[in-house]
Ligand binder design. Structure first.
Ligand SMILES: [Zn+2]
Length: 637
């Protein structure tokens, strides 16, 4: 169990917190009955299935299955560790927490993150000092000046420089008594392969510190000042730096993104600096990776679901590649995406320096959406001969089929049909062919709803969301767990009759056991037996979640706690009785089968005959029961 801040303290923090208040920061919530609903920040959807319960202080998404309490929300959403989440909530509500209760392992992990951020900060200061104060920084400064970067920009983006040489930073940091193994983890220094010792990752480069939205330095980018390769170099992924979730400049851009509901995405550091310097503050840069679903989700948090993402490229080719790559991302991300390709020979940096902000914004106002961009391009490439038109359609049927939104797709098909003067149905047919093929592929793979990409990578989707076909088999088991969560009066009965023993689903079984253990704990603590209903009504469910480490189980619990049913004792006992009986029957049947097999193997004829008779009797009994039921229904009909 991951508790290193005392249980009491966690309870205190939880009881002070309002989960609605915390989640409202990042998800716009609407009241719906007892709960609040909104668009899930963990998967993309058009109709809200993300529920927050102020009574139970939990959240659950019925679309993707993620659920938990206020701490798990922050952990998931902001990538925090449990203690970090607890601390953030505590700080917000002015609660002080003593931290000495951390277990050594957890302490190490938190320390590591803090130390990495600290090393990065020191490195940033070193780079900055090298640029501004040292003689060797002069040529770097000249380079920046030549590129039109102002003092203000250098200051606000804390640009730096690392001099020529193999171990400038290494020596600087080791002198500060930092271990080289630890420094290796930061990605700033690399261990030598051929001999002992370490060397600097970044050498003789302009340095761009990469900040997270809280303005902590999480990594660095470095650019050479001549034509040598590689032009750009980035920090590797570290415990504090995740490329597919980080966007350069977002810490500066976020407020303006929120205000303008628009964000420009460029590829390079200098492109970004140039836009910012020209007052286009709502721009960010991807960091040596292509745009990911996570990026879009993060940006959507700022620009809103009606917001606009503008991808800025320096050539048709780059724009084209990006367009194909991002159709699905944007289709799933439900934001309006535009592609802005600058005139040949210009990148955002050189363009804005030459033509200025107004011209850039004019170009932006004409920037087409992804599909219109692809249509434009295909028309330019293939011309308007009959062969040309056939090629255009064959090039576009794939992208059109990739659009999951039917309305959007038919609008684009219509546009294409008008532009080419070809019948809409002919185009639709081509698109449907592809869609059908895609679907066939998907159904072979199995269920394929939209899973958050970070989970997909772990290959855990089916277990994680508990949405496998087992779900129907487990229906009764799920119902019993829901009962246990919502109707604690039944807990005594469950325990006495060993109901959990009959569970087939190991996750549900272990959740049930945790509920019983939790109840036990409450009894032994300060609660009188009559207080059980509190478990269901108050904060108890969210407090109980604390006892569950496993994200998959958490998700099951929140979904079952939120799907509220009304329970009455008699019905519950009936359900339990039925469940226990059928599962024991099933088991005894299985048991006999197993014995028969063993007897056959041992060639024990006597035992075999006995068992076969027993099996037959069971079958007869079952047949009799069936007939009785049938007779009754005939009579009643
Ligand atoms: Zn969701």
């Amino acid at each position: 169990m991951a508790i290193f801040i005392s249980d009491d303290k966690i309870s205190e923090i939880r009881n002070t917190t309002d989960i609605v208040d915390i989640i409202s920061d990042v998800v716009s919530l609407k009241k719906a009955g007892k709960n609040y609903i909104g668009l899930c920040p963990f998967h993309t959807e058009k109709t809200p299935s993300f529920n927050v319960s102020p009574d139970k202080q939990i959240f659950h998404c019925f679309g993707c299955g993620i659920g938990g309490d206020v701490f798990s929300f922050l952990m998931k959403h902001d990538g925090l560790s449990f203690p970090e989440a607890v601390r953030i909530v505590a700080t917000r509500y002015g609660i002080e927490i003593p931290t000495q209760r951390l277990s050594p392992g957890q302490k190490r992990k938190i320390n590591e993150r803090e130390n990495l951020l600290n090393v990065n900060r020191q490195a940033m200061n070193y780079f900055r000092h090298s640029l501004l104060e040292r003689a060797s920084g002069k040529k770097a400064m000249e380079y920046l000046n030549k590129r039109g970067i102002t003092k203000d920009t250098i200051e606000s983006f804390v640009l730096g420089y690392v001099p020529e040489g193999w171990d400038n930073l290494t020596n600087f940091l080791i002198k500060k008594k930092m271990s080289s193994t630890f420094l290796e983890k930061s990605g700033l220094i690399i261990s030598r392969k051929s001999s002992s010792g370490h060397y600097d990752r970044f050498r003789n480069r302009i340095i761009f510190p990469i900040f997270n939205v809280s303005r902590q330095v999480i990594g660095f980018g470095g650019r050479v000042m001549d034509d040598s390769d590689p032009k750009y170099l980035n920090s590797p992924e570290t415990p504090v730096y995740n490329k597919s979730r980080s966007l350069y400049g977002l810490n500066m851009a976020k407020d303006k993104c929120r205000e303008s509901k628009t964000v420009f995405i460029v590829e390079g550091y200098f492109d970004l600096l140039a836009l910012h310097q020209h007052g286009i503050i709502n721009s960010v840069a991807t960091l040596g990776t292509s745009l990911t679903m996570d990026h879009v989700r993060i940006l959507r948090g700022y620009i809103g679901k009606t917001g606009r993402v503008v991808l800025v490229y320096d050539s048709d080719d780059a724009g084209l590649k990006a367009a194909y790559r991002s159709i699905e991302i944007f289709d799933k991300g439900y934001v309006d995406a535009r592609i802005l390709v600058l005139p040949t020979g210009y990148d955002p940096d050189s363009y804005i320096f030459k033509f200025g902000k107004k011209s850039f914004m004019d170009a932006f106002s004409r920037a087409p959406g992804i599909i219109p961009f692809l249509i434009d391009f295909a028309e330019k490439k293939h011309g308007d001969s009959i062969e040309g038109k056939i090629r255009i359609i064959s090039e576009l049927k794939g992208p059109l089929a990739a659009i999951k939104d039917n309305v959007a797709r038919s609008l684009y098909v219509k546009e294409l049909s008008e532009r080419l003067g070809i019948d809409e149905t002919a185009i639709l047919e081509k698109v449907r062919d592809i869609s059908a093929k895609n679907k066939a592929k998907e159904s072979k793979i199995g269920l394929k709803p939209i899973y958050p990409s970070n989970l997909q990578k772990k290959g855990k989707k089916s277990e994680y969301y508990g949405r496998t076909s087992n779900e129907s088999k487990n229906r009764i088991e799920r119902q019993i767990i829901a009962m246990m969560l919502q109707f604690p009066k039944i807990l005594h009965e469950i325990k006495e009759r060993d109901v959990l023993d009959c569970f087939v689903d190991s996750n549900l079984k272990s959740i049930g056991q945790s509920i019983l253990d939790y109840k036990e704990k409450l009894y032994n603590h300060d609660r009188a037996p009559g207080d059980e209903h509190e478990f269901a009504n108050g904060n108890r469910v969210s407090e109980f979640m604390n006892f569950i480490d496993d994200q998959e189980k958490k998700s099951i619990i929140t979904s079952l706690a939120l799907e509220e049913e009304s329970w009455e004792l008699e019905g519950c006992i009936k359900l339990i009785t039925q469940f226990v009986e059928t599962s024991r029957n099933r088991r005894s049947k299985g048991f006999i089968e197993k014995q028969i097999k063993e007897a056959e193997e041992k060639n024990d004829q006597e035992l075999l005959i006995k068992l076969l008779i027993e099996k037959q009797n069971m079958a007869v009994l079952k047949q009799k029961q069936k007939m009785a039921l049938l007779n009754r229904s005939i009579r009643e009909a």
